[in-house]
Design a protein around this ligand. Structure first.
Ligand SMILES: NC(=O)c1ccc[n+]([C@@H]2O[C@H](COP(=O)([O-])OP(=O)(O)OC[C@H]3O[C@@H](n4cnc5c(N)ncnc54)[C@H](OP(=O)(O)O)[C@@H]3O)[C@@H](O)[C@H]2O)c1
Length: 320
């Protein structure tokens, strides 16, 4: 687990934007399990965060000053602004966030990276079909809670796996999942047998480890596993523990495919339009877990690995 001493909290003079740049006041910062991976050296899909660099983070903020023709002072924007109160940006990867359409935190939740991950992982990678039985782990989290709701909108049977009774009640009673399995107090394999009598067509895997192994034993023929993440393994000092039941992929003619949401960047607007419509109709809910104060970052991050967050974890840095 990361510790407080892995982080420095420093103050410096506010920079002036150069030509082409904007100065952004950061309002909300997204906290993601992937941040743990960015602290490791070695090859990955993005370079590690260097010692002494500002910690990478998605965020929503307000443009204070603009020397970039695409933005004006007062615009609300979303981008990789980092764990800091003010950010300079050249505008690349920065998109508008309109508070008249949705509250700003939603641009880090359903209408942000986790929502996009759920949408494309489920519909594109797992190729969701009518009548599928869908199982999702990390089901009360940012991505999982959206996966389950989209699968319900698409008419599927949805079973969520989450830690604790409160989260299990939440996904069934508040989000409309058909059933939940509390992996902390139940045997997952037995729970899947009972709650997915026709076996599992789609498994959206957020956690890896033992839960993945259990789901592999309950696949239907032609099942699709979307490999989204493996949060149970991110702090594992002995390296990642892989699934031992992978021969189920052969027996059940199934496939497991990893994906990265960033590869769908040119289709985000399509997903945002459809999910925004579902939100307006009251069929898709955004759940946010908001902690106040930038300086809480090192401790707040741990909530993800202790299972203490419900929905999308973020830090409120400042008011609008
Ligand atoms: N591929 C991509 O492009 C992409 C994009 C975004 C996110 N992701 C991945 O998607 C997954 C979910 O991310 P998120 O942002 O939605 O996080 P999240 O689900 O909101 O938060 C993490 C949750 O993981 C669960 N967890 C923690 N340790 C666990 C363990 N040992 N075993 C089982 N569950 C554990 C906890 O829920 P419980 O209380 O239920 O244990 C915790 O609340 C992560 O693996 C993340 O890396 C991938």
């Amino acid at each position: 687990m990361p510790t407080r001493s892995d982080f420095d909290y420093v103050e410096e003079t506010l920079p002036e934007p150069a030509d082409g740049e904007i100065l952004v006041k950061v309002l909300y910062i997204s906290l993601d399990p992937a941040m743990r991976g960015w602290m490791n050296e070695g090859r990955s899909y993005v370079p590690p965060i260097g010692i002494g660099e500002v910690f990478r983070a998605g965020a929503v903020g307000k443009v204070l000053e603009s020397k970039n023709p695409k933005f004006a002072a007062g615009d609300f924007v979303s981008g990789l602004f980092g764990v800091q109160e003010y950010a300079l940006s050249d505008g690349r990867g920065v998109t508008p966030a309109n508070p008249a359409l949705a509250p700003l935190p939603v641009y880090l939740s359903v209408l942000g990276m986790p929502g996009m991950t759920a949408y494309f992982g489920l519909l594109d990678v797992a190729e969701l079909k009518d009548g599928d039985t869908v199982v999702v782990s990390g089901a009360a989290g940012a991505v999982g809670s959206v996966v389950g709701q989209i699968a319900k909108i698409k008419g599927c049977r949805v079973v969520g796996i989450a830690g604790g009774q409160e989260k299990c009640d939440f996904i069934v009673k508040e989000l409309g999942f058909d059933a939940a399995i509390d992996y902390k107090s139940e045997n997952v394999r037995a729970g899947l047998k009972e709650k997915c009598p026709d076996r599992v067509n789609v498994y959206f895997d957020n956690v890896g480890g033992e839960i993945l192994d259990a789901v592999l034993t309950r696949l239907a023929r032609g099942a699709r596993i979307a490999l989204c993440g493996a949060v149970s393994q991110y702090n594992n000092q002995d390296g990642m523990k892989g699934p031992s039941n992978y021969m189920a992929l052969l027996v059940d003619r199934a496939r497991m495919q990893g994906f990265l949401v960033f590869d769908y960047a040119d289709r985000y607007m399509e997903a945002a339009m459809e999910m925004g419509g579902w939100m307006a109709e009251g069929r898709l809910k955004s759940t946010e877990d908001i902690v106040e104060g930038l300086e809480t970052f090192p401790d707040t991050l741990l909530k993800l690995f202790r299972g203490e967050n419900l929905g999308k974890l973020m830090i409120k840095v400042a008011g609008e």
